[in-house]
Design a binder for this molecule. Sequence first.
Ligand code: KMT
Ligand code: FE2
Length: 187
Amino acid sequence: MAIEAWFMEENDEDQRLPHHRNPKQFVSLDHLADLGVLYWKLNPKDYENDQELKEIRESRGYNYMDLLDLCPERVENYEEKLKNFYTEHIHGDEEIRYCLEGSGYFDVRDKEDRWIRIWIKEGDMIVLPAGIYHRFTLDTGNYVKLMRLFVGEPVWTAYNRPQEHHPARKNYINNFTHKVGVPLEAH
Ligand SMILES: CSCCC(=O)C(=O)O
Ligand SMILES: [Fe+2]
């Protein structure tokens, strides 16, 4: 099954809960693609020899790779990292994550500044475009193992909102939000 995403109910409940609206309001992959969010379903079992992953990495130039095993025993400053992950931010580059085990939520802002919650599970790979406001939390399963990919030397710097003057933000706005409904000839 494809990935699930939905509009979030914003309230003070535990961030690890699903935060569905009532009734549930799901978001399609097309809607995510409109925001510049890319998605692939891959086979996580033998990721070291996966031809499909290899092809994605080659075609998009993702030559850097490491693994993030998100549990207190394996991550320094675990609590602080989790807190930073859930603070709304952007990056100067794409954020590319491939879920090998466990699950978690990537929240992204849509064009009307609503939160969309994207549920990442084993085999889900997503790319968040540079400049999109986002955050991440574990779900109630409390564990995820992610592959992180990057073009060249990785830069993980997070710029917390507001960042309206950041070049990556301006670029994102130009590419993904301004041109909605405008015919191609008009550009
Ligand atoms: C746990 S990876 C996702 C968190 C995030 O947004 C980031 O690392 O910048
Ligand atoms: Fe991020």
